[in-house]
Design a protein around this ligand. Sequence first.
Ligand code: BGC
Length: 824
Amino acid sequence: MKLTNLRVCNLSEPIGYAMDAPVFSWTTEDCDGSQLWAALSISAGGENVFDSGTVQNADSLGWRVELPLKARTRYDYTLTVRACGGEEASARSFFETGKRNEAWEAQWISPRVSQSAALLEKSFQAEFEEKSARLYICGLGVYEAYLNGEKIGDEYLAPGYHSYDFYLAAQTYDVTKMLKNGENNLVIALGEGWFKGRLGFEGGYTDLYGDRLYAIAELWQGDRLVLSTDESWTERRSPVMFNNIYDGEIWNAWESPTPVGLVEAACPKACGPLQDRLSLPVKEFDRLPAMELIRTPKGDTILDFGQNLTGWVEFKSRLPEGERITLTAGEILQDGEFYHDNYRTAKAEFIYISDGTPRDWIRPHFTFYGFRYMKVDCAFLVAAEDFTAVHLRSAMPQTARFETGNTLVNQLFQNALWGMKDNFLEVPTDCPQRDERLGWTGDAQAISETACQTLYMPAFYRKYLRDMRAEQSVLGGSVPNVVPRIKRDMIGNSGFCPWADAGVIIPWNTWRYYGNKSLLAETYPGMKAWVDFQRQREETIEGPHLVKDGFHFADWLALDNPEPGPFGATDPLYIASAYYFRCAQIVAEAAELFGLPEASEYVQLAADILTAIREKYFDENSLCVEKTQTAAALAVVFGLTEKPQAQGDALNELVEQNGSHLNTGFVGTPILCPALSMTGHHDTAVTVLLQEDFPSWLYSVKLGATTIWERWNSVLPDGRMNPEGMNSLNHYTYGSIAGWMLSWLCGVRPAEPGYRKIILEPRPDRRLGHARAELDTAAGHIVCAWRYEGDSLHYDFTVPFGASAELRLPGETPKELGAGSYAF
Ligand code: BGC
């Protein structure tokens, strides 16, 4: 027996993260029983500060300990778990606080001259000591810090993208081993980032959150403040001549970083206070060598990395002094030539100007790209082996593996995973390449369930939802189109369905998949605020509880509307009312869970909305009068119809009438196959999955996609890009099919939050030969697999420690499985 995945606030060994109280979670492996008790002891500075004793029902999904936390303190803890069978295991881990509410001795400083990038520098005396040394720091827009020439930490693009108007996130780094005896030198390299660089489409805006660069830092050795930012720091010119998220970076190594003079003390205006960080670090994950160097008919040189990904390219340079190399990002080749039009106004370039020094790695600092190809412009010959694509994303591990006997389906699953990984950089973005890369709430909402099934999401969502709640506080509870908010034009609007519904759907999915009640409690006020806002708004118009007006994106990009444009055919007010109902129902359930007296109010509201929806949108047979795939699927999955079976049959008919092809958009796509599988039409769902012609998932796979496209026909059958202005090859929403593969093809679903109770309902289908899902869930490792061998069918299951499963095999009465591994 062993304890694994020890985490605090869903973070492993966190240093300097915001937390009111530590919430512990873990998994138990190599034991088939359940927990009898757990015990936790916590120490700080060698002194015991907490001892739980043995606690029965200690919750491994989230055990909150009301421990008053001190600033800048490392807490070591030992967790012991005893299983009912008498086995016992212990494990140690730690967490460390940042500055919490402690006042900063350091001053905010700002370069006097440089506007776009600068180096702020200070030399100082220190002694190497075994005592831990920590740097507490924030740089705006984005920064990298260097101690004695070495980059501090392994994260990039800090402090990340958050709602700067409400708070500024400070990072904590362990620099113990980097300090030297005697003179040391700290450099903070600043760039524009999301804070002041260009953001938003159609040209976008600059200086959205601030109009200059800033930094603040304190270096502590044990209890001694060794260095802090103040007016004695100097400013140097940065070799980064130009940078922003969309257009890329120019790094002129030729220009020497000459000193400009002293910095100025200046505090970021109109921003919130400094606080400990919430966001996961952006780190390097995969490194992909260039697969091929292509010379196009027109004479361009293009590197192909074989995978559409988010990050940047590192390369080796032996260029002579003054020579330059330009890389430009692209997602696809068209007629064998480089194609960049779908980046719209985003230049997505990296220019390096050599100073003649041979360098083994060169990379950008203050930008990132979405790309599979890089066009190389250089007067000198380049070799493919000198270039490596580096995938960057927020550091959440992958938790699901899935495989079938169909290679196209397997590729689709991988594409869906890449689509999510590529779009989880600081915020859940719509796409990583063009002039957007924004935290669109609708896209985020639509993929959130699949994300929770495949990646370890809670800390990432905790930060996104904290930002969302902050933005809601100035919108009367409404949820904006993008979080953090861009306070301009249409992007800055709020309250559109089902974008705003992210405020309820994402926290609820996080609860369902991770079962951390403290996290749900933290996000509950935002959930409630959105439903209250909706209610107030709809009550200004007389009539039953329904969404009665307003603009809604609704079934965005569905194919069922004969009118050209991005809007689906399903009545947006039906969709908005359905989400209003679902959100009210979720808030009611959450309120009941916390034993809040307001629960009954939301139970009643949900019931009223449902009655009104049924009256307006359902006929006497309880079938939706909106005759679209999306409308019917919503009726089934949200429980709007009184006759789910009949509604499922009607949905099946609509799909068959469409040649067993889908025609759904952002609302319908994530729920189409689940609705079919739930109502006895799983065969049709598999048929829809296996279609290879437009519109289908495998259509994109057959055309060589390595990610999920924004549109069903982002690429036309002849391999040319759809010329529509809004067309990315890396949008994750339709990747939600990966969730259905796990929960319906393999049939693994949480029956209780955090998979403590599991449903295992495999749906073997000969067309796929076999399917195997392995999930590292909050409760532990789950396996569900089936395979045909000649005429016989074999199953494998694993149920984790402390969990139980209801096994539903086709044609058999359900049976209960305890922890353990099984083969049938
Ligand atoms: C984005 C979307 C987003 C939509 C809403 C697009 O430009 O890429 O995915 O949700 O706008 O209008």
